[in-house]
Design a protein around this ligand. Structure first.
Ligand SMILES: *Cc1c(COP(=O)(O)O)cnc(C)c1O
Length: 480
C-alpha cells in the first residue's frame, strides 16, 4: 500500500462541472434550482471522497462505479426523489423498546402537543408574574404541580437529568475539601458517556467511593463520614442489574445515617416513575413520591423516561437544598425552554388523575397495554395484508409470533414484557436486508432481528402507524 498516493486516487473523481452538465441534472435544476443541486452535489463529492480516503487508509481499494459521473447522478436523483425533506422525521418504532433513547424516548400526550402549540405561537407569562405585574420565575409553572404530586417542599426543572445531577452537586456539594460519598456499586455509566464519576468531577465535587463493586454496607458510609462530608449520594443503577453475592444499602438506611450525622442525602432516580407499574406485571420500583416520602432530601429524575414527558431534569426536595440550586448561575446555562416547559406542565397536569394518565400518556399506555390489545393490532395488520395483491403476498411470508419487549431508557433492564410481533420473511431478502429496506422508506420503520427473522414488535406500534406499515410493505416489495 505504501505506493498509493491518495491524491492520485482522488483525482479519479469526476469534476463537478462535468456532472452538472449532464442532461439528468438539467431536469433536477429545473425543479430544485441550480444552487441547491450544486450544493448537494458538492456535499456528495466531499462525502464520497472522505469515504474513499477512509478505505485507502484502512488498506482497501475502492471499487465499483464510485468514480463515474453516473454514480453521482444516481445519488443526486435519490436525494431529490422524495422532494426536500427534513432530516429529523417521524419513524415507526417496531423495536418494542418503549422508552427508546435513539428514537426520541417518550411520545408526548395530545394535551402537551396542544399546549406547546398554544404557548409557542403567542407571547406567554413565561417569566412574568401576572398578579404582581413584574418579573416572575419560569419554574413556578411546574413547581406547583410537582409539589402537589410529590409532596415535596420545592422543585426546579432543568434541561435534562444529567444537568439536574450536575447542578445539584455543584450547588451544595462542591468547593474546597467538600466530599460526596457514593457506593462503588453505583458508579455507573449511562449511554452517551454519562458517567457518574465524570459528572461528579466536572461539577466540582470530590468523590469518595465506599464499599466494593458488589457489596456496600451501612458501615462503609459511616466510617468515611468526616467534617468535610457534604452529601451522601445514591444513584439508581438503571441500565444493569447485579445478581449473586450482592448487598446494597437501602435508601432508608442512608437517610438514617444522614440524619444521624446531619448530612443531606440525594438520590438520582434516573427514570423516576410517578406510578407503581407492578399491577401491569412490571417489577417493583419505588415511585418518586415514595422516595420523597422516605426522607431523601433531594431527588433527581428525567422528564422523558417513565414519566412520559419532554426531555427535562427534575430536582425536587427540601427548600434548603433546592434554594441554592435555583440561585446557581449555571441554571441559566441549563434552563428549560418554554416549549419544553409547556409540554411538561401539561404532562404533569395529566398526573393529577392517575387513572386518566395511564391512558393519555403514551409511555404509560404502551407499557400497561393488555396483551390482547397488542394482539388486536396484529390482527388489524394481517387483515390489511390479506387484501394486498397476490403477487406481493407470494413474495412475502407473514406471521404473528409471541415474543418479548423491553421498557428501555435504562429502566428495568432485565425485565421482559410479553408481546406479539409481525414476523416478515421475503423470498429475495434476508432479515438484515429487509431491516435495511424498511429503514430507508419515506416513513422509516425500525424493527428488530431475532433468529434471522425480521420482526415488527406491535407493542410500540401506534394505531396511526398501521397504514404506513402496509405502505412500506408494498414499497419494499417493489425493490426486489
Ligand atoms: C438516564 C439517567 C440519567 C440521565 O438522564 P437524562 O435525562 O438522559 O440526562 C442520569 N442518571 C440515571 C440514573 C439515569 O438512569
Amino acid at each position: 500500500m505504501e505506493n498509493v498516493n491518495i491524491n492520485d486516487i482522488l483525482r479519479k473523481f469526476p469534476k463537478m462541472q462535468v456532472i452538472l452538465e449532464d442532461k439528468a441534472v438539467a431536469k433536477l435544476v429545473k425543479e430544485f434550482s441550480y444552487d441547491l443541486v450544486k450544493e448537494k452535489l458538492n456535499e456528495l463529492l466531499i462525502s464520497e471522497k472522505e469515504k474513499v480516503k477512509g478505505m485507502i487508509l484502512s488498506g482497501a481499494m475502492p471499487e465499483g462505479d464510485i468514480f463515474e459521473a453516473g454514480h453521482f447522478l444516481k445519488l443526486l436523483e435519490g436525494f431529490f426523489a422524495g422532494g426536500l425533506t427534513y432530516s429529523l422525521k417521524r419513524v415507526i418504532n417496531g423495536t418494542g423498546v418503549v422508552v427508546h433513547t435513539n428514537l426520541g424516548r417518550s411520545i408526548l400526550p395530545k394535551s402537551a402537543i396542544k399546549n406547546v402549540e398554544k404557548i409557542s405561537s403567542s407571547y406567554s407569562n413565561l417569566e412574568f408574574n401576572l398578579e404582581a405585574g413584574k418579573r416572575g420565575k419560569r419554574h413556578s409553572h411546574v413547581e406547583y404541580l410537582l409539589k402537589k404530586i410529590l409532596f415535596c417542599e420545592s422543585a426546579v426543572v432543568v434541561n435534562n437529568n444529567a444537568a439536574a445531577v450536575f447542578i445539584a452537586l455543584n450547588s451544595f456539594a462542591s468547593g474546597e475539601k467538600k466530599e460526596v460519598i457514593v457506593s462503588r456499586g453505583e458508579l455507573i455509566e449511562i449511554g452517551g458517556s454519562f458517567r457518574i464519576p465524570d459528572i461528579m468531577k466536572a461539577s466540582g465535587v470530590k468523590l469518595i467511593e465506599v464499599g466494593t463493586t458488589n457489596k456496600t454496607k451501612p458501615a462503609d458510609y459511616e466510617v468515611n463520614i468526616n467534617g468535610n462530608t457534604a452529601l451522601l449520594l445514591k444513584v439508581h443503577r438503571s441500565n444493569f442489574r447485579m445478581t449473586g453475592f450482592v448487598q446494597e444499602v437501602n435508601p432508608l438506611e442512608i437517610v438514617e445515617i444522614g440524619k444521624k450525622y446531619g448530612i443531606p442525602v440525594m438520590e438520582d432516580l434516573g427514570s423516576g416513575s410517578f406510578v407503581n407499574l407492578e399491577k401491569f406485571g412490571l417489577p417493583f420500583e419505588p415511585t418518586a413520591q415514595e422516595v420523597v416520602a422516605s426522607g431523601v432530601d433531594i431527588v433527581t429524575f428525567s422528564g422523558d423516561k417513565l414519566l412520559g414527558g419532554p426531555q427535562a431534569g427534575i430536582i425536587a426536595g427540601k427548600n434548603e437544598y433546592i434554594e441554592p440550586v435555583s440561585k446557581n448561575p449555571l441554571g441559566r446555562a441549563f434552563r428549560i425552554d418554554k416549549m419544553t416547559l409547556s409540554a411538561l406542565e401539561a404532562v404533569l397536569f395529566e398526573y393529577l388523575d392517575l387513572n386518566k394518565a395511564l391512558k393519555t400518556i403514551p409511555t404509560l399506555f404502551l407499557l400497561s397495554q393488555d396483551l390482547s390489545e397488542i394482539k388486536k393490532k396484529g390482527s388489524r395488520l394481517l387483515n390489511k395484508i390479506k387484501k394486498l395483491d397476490e403477487m406481493l403476498k407470494y413474495m412475502y411470508n407473514f406471521k404473528i409470533i409471541q415474543d418479548h419487549s423491553i421498557v428501555g431508557g435504562g429502566a428495568m433492564p432485565d425485565y421482559e414484557l410479553d408481546t406479539f410481533c409481525l414476523s416478515i420473511k421475503h423470498s429475495n431478502f434476508n432479515a438484515h436486508k429487509l431491516s435495511e429496506l424498511f429503514r430507508i422508506q419515506k416513513i422509516p420503520l425500525i424493527g428488530r432481528i431475532k433468529n434471522e427473522e425480521f420482526l415488527i414488535d406491535l407493542r410500540t406500534v401506534l394505531d396511526d402507524d398501521i397504514n404506513d406499515i402496509i405502505y412500506n410493505i408494498i414499497s419494499v416489495s417493489k425493490m426486489s
